[in-house]
Design a protein around this ligand. Structure first.
Ligand SMILES: CC(=O)N[C@H]1[C@@H](OP(=O)(O)OP(=O)(O)OC[C@H]2O[C@@H](n3ccc(=O)[nH]c3=O)[C@H](O)[C@@H]2O)O[C@H](CO)[C@@H](O)[C@@H]1O
Length: 356
């Protein structure tokens, strides 16, 4: 039997790697040889290289910045180099298919897929496609989307709504394990704060400024983002971590309420675990506004309360928190009603359908 070969790509932020992390064990069970194309120093390298049986290849990548920068002129050359490297890798590895989760590293890989006539499938987690996926879409056979509304933004013939992919291990978390580790009382409420995979300085500052009031009621777990913890803040009912990998499942399971940015992967994880949430979407000033749309859909469905960044002030926050506490039982009921598709198997199905 000849083994099947697949190339996975995607990176830049952790959100762009999570679907691949969920996919790898399933592909390995089916006997695929897996190669991963990522950037030289992105988070994908950190998350993927420890996985046994997956070979990581770093290529040259460029990205478009929303502000004026000389790098915006230099980066097209890096992308060209990345395309050349990807073509060489594809010719050497001869994959039956390429699966891309998006992010800038995926653009040269998808162009190389087209140049070598290798089928490719893309997954988009946000309501509106990111720039990298937008550029890459013409080169893909299938575009899998998380939000039904996304269908109106992409080529209808190629797109398919499959719902969100949530890493299966997140369902195996334990509140007890979390409380033992944190030295928290399991009988008192726990609030988890997450500023996305990279953390949010804005949210971090707000939380620290109001910590005394928050910790009166809650034991607080704060995921601050890399290099954003502040060891001068000392409080027995407050624990901070910059980034949590394996233990995240326990921390999520232990939370009674979550306060978070509105990155697509994270919010669907909270939804799958039925966690009442307050979302503080990243504003349009510093992003394309994808989180505002993600958050609006969750609010409309009754899964979340939303505070816009400019409104993140003490009065507004604690008023919203009080409403959330009151509405939480109803919110959890709404979340339980939702027909959660097993989206990871839809991803596998698409891979099988389009591979050579
Ligand atoms: C600043 C930015 O560009 N953000 C984008 C990025 O967010 P970001 O990379 O933050 O992505 P998400 O919020 O979608 O996902 C974060 C992921 O990191 C995990 N996690 C987080 C913290 C931690 O300590 N440990 C851990 O494992 C979460 O469980 C989740 O799976 O991609 C998302 C999906 O395309 C977009 O919606 C966001 O707008």
């Amino acid at each position: 039997m000849t083994m099947k070969q697949i190339i996975l790509t995607g990176g830049g932020t952790a959100g762009h790697v999570m679907v691949n992390l969920a996919l790898i064990p399933l592909l390995q069970k089916e006997g695929y040889m897996i190669d991963y194309i990522g950037s030289i120093d992105g988070i994908e390298k950190e998350l993927i290289t420890p996985i046994e049986g997956v070979t990581y290849h770093a290529i040259s990548t460029g990205k478009y910045r929303r502000y004026r920068s000389i790098d915006n002129l230099k980066d097209p050359f890096k992308v060209l180099n990345g395309i050349r490297q990807s073509v060489q890798l594809i010719l050497k590895l001869k994959p039956s298919i390429i699966f891309s989760k998006g992010g800038f590293v995926s653009v040269p890989v998808l162009i190389a897929a087209k140049l070598t006539n290798t089928p490719a499938v893309i997954h988009e987690s946000d309501l509106t496609p990111g720039l990298a996926n937008k550029i890459a879409m013409p080169f893909a056979k299938r575009i899998l989307v998380t939000f039904e509304k996304t269908l109106q933004y992409v080529d209808e013939k190629k797109a398919r709504f499959i719902g969100a992919v949530v890493r299966p291990e997140l369902f195996e978390g334990s509140k007890q394990r979390a409380c033992e580790k944190l030295m928290f009382d399991p009988n008192q409420p726990i609030m988890l704060i997450m500023g996305g995979s990279t953390g949010s300085k804005h949210v971090n500052t707000f939380i620290r400024d109001h910590l005394d009031r928050l910790t009166k009621k809650y034991q607080v777990i704060h995921l601050t983002g890399k290099a954003l913890s502040d060891e001068t803040v000392i409080n027995a009912r407050y624990k901070q971590y910059e980034y949590v990998a394996d233990d995240l499942k326990d921390l999520l399971m232990s939370a009674d309420v979550i306060v978070s940015r509105a990155g697509a992967n994270a919010i669907f994880e909270f939804l799958a675990l039925k966690k009442p949430m307050i979302l503080i979407p990243l504003s349009k000033k510093v992003s394309r506004g994808d989180q505002l749309l993600n958050a609006a859909v969750f609010k409309e469905a009754g899964f979340a309360k939303v505070i816009e960044e400019d409104e993140l002030k003490e009065v507004q926050f604690f008023k919203t928190l009080a409403e959330l506490e009151q509405e939480a039982p109803e919110m959890i009921k709404e979340m339980a009603k939702r027909d959660a598709k097993d989206a990871i198997f839809e991803v596998l199905k698409a891979i099988h359908t389009y591979e050579k």
